[in-house]
Design a protein around this ligand. Structure first.
Ligand code: ADP
Length: 363
């Protein structure tokens, strides 16, 4: 077999449609698939003809116009094209590419084109985008309903709180009665915290974040966050040491509310999911960038759970829920705050050894 024959043989068996035309738009050759794509038997039905003899007038007009442009400008053309099959009426989407053909002197003498049927792929992309949109819409609707229910719950809770205080003032002060009132106050406070977290999370999830940057004093904010977590940790009596390494400028230009929430959530989670060992908070950066790393020696996060924990209401396995309380709203909120600051949050973890969350933001 000589070289040309081998080349033709290869082209004949290429996937998709391959064809080449002369400067007048007449087909000079094609592979086996091309005639079949326009309901013809073989390349003999195509060669020597123009698109006006093979396709309907409208399609031929648009194909000819593109061909002319490619041959006049010498520029390659790549596009996704939608065609209706003349016989079956089936809509087909092609990824089409046309390149000018030149002779030895470099003059354009025609073009070579190829097109691949990407209908199935496009359909899948569309279905995926549609499913994603539906899920996002459903999530948004759920968030709005939750938020309005939570707002409605605050009013009766305030009434219960006020009524409890009133009854408390008039009640006998025996140890049993005091214990009852303490339990009631604690329950009211827990409910209020939960409701406020749902409202805050809904506000952030639905885009209600107002970023206001200013120069903030990082060591103070970090110390306050650690103090708050240390205080909460005292209540649980766990043997955990919180260490703090600071290698950044004292001031950083960012949103204070965001940073406080990010720190409280990450350090709070580290303390919650660590039964013993250490929590290391490492802050690095300069005027432009800030890196906050929160490392713990806690229970760790399984790999298949690592992406999901940034979605609202995703929390520890059901079996661990009585041990580790929470609402699954902390990390989604942290992610929104980090994104609002144009940053990213990274996570690495080894189950049983610990987790490391790394937040990178820019001023
Ligand atoms: P919550 O802490 O209220 O459950 P979050 O959204 O803050 O909600 O966290 C979601 C889940 O991610 C947690 O329930 C837990 O399973 C996992 N998680 C978060 N931080 C840690 C951590 N430092 N160590 C282990 N698991 C963690």
């Amino acid at each position: 077999m000589n070289g040309d024959r081998v080349l033709l043989e290869i082209i004949e068996h290429l996937p998709g449609n391959v064809y080449w035309k002369d400067i007048k738009g007449r087909y000079k050759g094609c592979n086996d698939n091309f005639p079949k794509s326009i309901n013809l038997e073989s390349s003999r039905d195509v060669i020597g003809k123009t698109d006006y003899e093979l396709l309907d007038q409208k399609t031929a007009d648009s194909v000819t116009e593109i061909d002319k442009r490619v041959m006049e400008t010498g520029e390659e053309y790549t596009a996704e094209e939608i065609h209706a099959n003349a016989k079956t009426g089936r809509i087909v989407i092609y990824l089409s590419k046309k390149t000018p053909l030149r002779n030895k002197r470099g003059n354009i003498i025609g073009l070579v084109g190829s097109s691949f049927d990407i209908t199935q792929r496009k359909k899948q992309e569309f279905q995926l985008a549609e499913a994603k949109q539906k899920a996002e819409d459903a999530n948004q609707a759920k968030t709005v309903v939750l938020s309005s229910i939570s707002h409605d719950m605050l009013t009766p809770l305030t009434t219960i709180d006020a009524a409890t205080s009133l009854i408390d003032m008039r009640a006998e002060s025996t140890p049993e009665i005091r214990t009852c009132f303490e339990a009631m106050y604690k329950s009211i406070e827990m409910l209020r915290t939960m409701i406020n977290r749902v409202i805050e999370s809904a506000r952030i999830q639905t885009g209600g974040l107002n970023i206001q940057k200013e120069d903030i004093c990082l060591p103070t904010i970090i110390k306050d966050a650690i103090d708050q977590v240390e205080f909460e940790k005292l209540l649980t009596n766990k043997p955990i040491t919180i260490n703090h390494y600071y290698e950044a400028n004292e001031y950083f230009y960012t949103d204070k509310e965001c940073i406080i929430h990010i720190l409280l959530n990450l350090i709070g989670n580290a303390a919650k999911f660590t039964d013993e060992g250490e929590i290391n908070i490492i802050v690095k950066g300069d005027e432009e960038r800030l890196k906050i790393i929160v490392q713990d020696t806690g229970i760790g996060i399984p790999e298949d759970f690592r992406e999901r924990i940034f979605e609202p209401f995703e929390r520890v396995l059901r079996s661990d829920r009585s041990k580790y309380k929470g609402y699954g709203l902390g990390l989604p909120t942290v992610k929104k705050y980090v994104e609002a600051l144009g940053g990213e949050i990274l996570l690495s973890s080894i189950v049983g050894e610990g987790s490391t969350f790394e937040v990178n933001i820019r001023a």
